[in-house]
Design a binder for this molecule. Structure first.
Ligand SMILES: [Fe+2]
Length: 478
């Protein structure tokens, strides 16, 4: 049986680790499982299936399928106690002293972490160091960090790739498969290609990204709680949409569909801040940062006590601008009730068995500037790029300030079940390889600065995800 299973997978270009193959063959009807579960996605063809992924695939239901379940008729257990487990957060862990050596450590941490993710890919089996690759004949595979990208006068792309000991130029010939995907500065990529110019250059056949492997997505659990996501409140701004916000709070108190909301996640720009953009002072209702947070705390006191609130800062909030940002300091945190937890930006947390990545999204500006086709009205496309490249903000030296921490907190090391951003004041929800992506709207109408940049917000939408089954929905308060 095992031989037939392996032959069938191999026929479709899918590799499987030995312990995963053994596990598969112990299941009833393994050949049927291969056909109905493992070969349904084109993504399988580019990965090695591990035991963990296989167990995930076999025990998970497709979110679309899960959405058909009427959860209101299924709730039978008493609610779990709210439990917030912070998995990854710079708060209290900063090592940043800002010297040049710290940046070396940051980029080394990024290289090592993303390299580890890349080496899980079948295509990069046997990847060599740059110094070894340049002495090789035939096809070579390597991993490196992009230190420079430029276009030659003939329209080809020339990439300077570095690893810990060496660097080399990689040529992606115009219109070749290796040329099709934009390369951004400081990302870590895999390259398959051939050595040219006596070891001084590699002509790329293919660029490999760490990406999100097959088999993701929420497995059903016992939780009956909903998490609700509301971003970019901007309390203190003249354009804060107070009436709509109050409608939202009333809905949380009274609506039947809100009674099982037990977590509220706020991905930054909690207040409008002071001096954030030119002539902001003309659009501030409150020009005292302490008063802005006091008022936010008053609004949050109106929210039901049984809802745990988790909030991270954004670029309008009163913490350092450089990412990763620590949580709001106690001088502001003291205004809030005990059901409000302040975390850093980004932060990865666990709620009722769900891994949730919260990132304000300042780097979306840099992604849009760097990659043709990305735009402010489609933030989910940007989030997909972050997941594909397993990094929230790889580009150094543009609009997103990066703090030289010894560990790169912006690498997406663990794949989240839910990934939420804000920042662009748009709204959207989608799915990428089982990861639920949310861009969490705003509660601020158009500012003069946004008008000048022809940016129209999409405000007053609250996105909800059922943590037990992954069902998702949006509620509008416009
Ligand atoms: Fe904002």
């Amino acid at each position: 049986m095992k031989r037939r299973v392996l032959e069938l997978l191999s026929k479709h270009g899918v590799l499987i680790e030995p312990d995963a193959a053994d596990f598969l063959c112990r299941q009833p009807n393994p050949l049927e499982l291969v056909e109905t579960q493992l070969l349904i996605s084109e993504r399988n063809s580019s990965m090695i299936i591990t035991l963990g992924q296989l167990q995930n695939i076999l025990s998970s239901k497709n979110i679309a399928e899960m959405n058909q379940i009427n959860i209101l008729t299924k709730i039978s257990k008493p609610p779990m106690e709210p439990k917030i487990n912070v998995l990854k957060d710079i708060t209290g862990n900063s090592t940043c002293i800002g010297d040049i050596n710290s940046f070396v450590k940051l980029f080394r941490s990024r290289y090592k972490t993303v390299k580890k993710l890349l080496l899980r890919r079948r295509e990069l089996l046997g990847a060599a160091s740059i110094s070894k690759a340049r002495r090789s004949d035939g096809e070579i595979r390597l991993v490196g960090m992009v230190s420079e990208v430029r276009t030659t006068k003939n329209g080809h792309r020339l990439i300077r790739l570095e690893d810990e000991d060496d660097s080399i130029l990689v040529l992606a010939i115009k219109n070749s498969p290796a040329f099709s995907d934009t390369i951004v500065s400081d990302e870590v990529i895999g390259v398959i290609g051939k050595v040219a110019k006596k070891g001084d250059m590699i002509v790329a056949d293919e660029i490999i990204r760490p990406d999100v492997p097959v088999g993701g997505g929420m497995k059903k659990n016992d939780s009956d709680a909903w998490a609700i996501f509301v971003g970019d409140i901007h309390v203190g701004s003249d354009m804060f949409l107070e009436n709509q916000w109050n409608s939202f709070i009333d809905w949380l108190k009274t609506a039947d569909e809100a009674k099982n909301v037990r977590y509220m996640i706020m991905p930054g720009d909690l207040v409008d801040g002071i001096g954030i953009y030119p002539e902001q002072e003309d659009e501030l209702r409150i020009d005292d940062i302490y008063r802005q947070y006091e008022l936010l705390a008053e609004y949050l006191k109106e929210i039901r006590d049984d809802i745990s609130i988790i909030a991270c800062p954004g670029n309008h909030d009163a913490v350092r601008l450089a990412e990763p940002q620590p949580s709001l300091p106690e001088s502001f945190g003291k205004f809030f009730d005990s059901n409000v937890s302040m975390v850093g930006n980004p932060a990865q947390i666990e709620l009722e068995g769900r891994n949730i990545l919260i990132y304000h999204g300042r780097s979306i500006d840099d992604w849009i500037a760097a990659i043709p086709g990305l735009s402010y009205d489609k933030p989910l496309d940007v989030m997909k790029e972050m997941l594909r490249r397993r990094h929230l903000a790889p580009i150094y030296g543009e609009r997103t300030a990066i703090a030289p921490e010894e560990k790169d907190y912006l690498v997406i090391e663990d794949i989240p079940d839910i990934f939420v951003t804000g920042h662009v004041h748009h709204a959207g929800m989608g799915d990428y390889r089982g990861v639920i992506m949310i861009n969490a709207s705003t509660w601020q109408s158009q500012t003069a600065f946004q008008r000048m940049h022809n940016h129209m917000p999409d405000p007053c939408k609250a996105f909800m995800v059922h943590l037990g089954i992954g069902k998702a929905r949006v509620v509008k308060f416009t």
